[in-house]
Ligand binder design. Structure first.
Ligand SMILES: [Zn+2]
Length: 135
């Protein structure tokens, strides 16, 4: 899908079916992680050739969620919803949600999508990762 550039292309990519991919990794021991890193496996300590990039499907379930009503950071309007998502592929990620003031309940199935948001430059638009409730 064409559109504004990705805000953090090292972390995610557009999927063919509207569900975004997350750029994770896998260790030779079987441990799957996100984001991709080369410091070493947090389960077995393996590193180097033991670690390989692995694209993770952006499908999972809500572990916990909350609505943020007041945020100290500049340039982020509240309220917005945040969540902890356990991916079907294994890793648990902290993420922004597409919902606003209506954070989904634990166990709810969600999917990763790329949404247009304001970039750092005036008038700039970029695409960033969010999770939304699966229809
Ligand atoms: Zn390992």
């Amino acid at each position: 899908m064409d559109g504004p550039q990705l805000l953090k292309p090292a972390l995610y990519a557009q999927g063919d079916d509207g569900v975004a991919w997350l750029n994770g990794g896998a260790c030779a021991c079987g441990h799957v992680f996100f984001p991709l890193q080369d410091f070493g496996c947090e389960m077995c300590g393996g590193f180097g050739v033991d670690l390989t990039p692995q694209r993770l499907k952006g499908l999972g379930r809500i572990v916990a969620s909350a609505t943020v009503h007041l945020h100290a950071g500049k340039g982020r309007e509240a309220p917005f919803d945040v969540g902890v998502v356990k991916l079907d592929d294994g890793p648990v990620v902290r993420t922004l949600l597409t919902s606003v003031g209506d954070a989904p309940a634990p166990g709810q199935a969600v999917r990763a999508v790329l949404v247009e948001v304001d970039g750092k430059e005036p008038g700039q638009r970029v695409r960033d990762l969010r999770f939304e409730v699966q229809a």
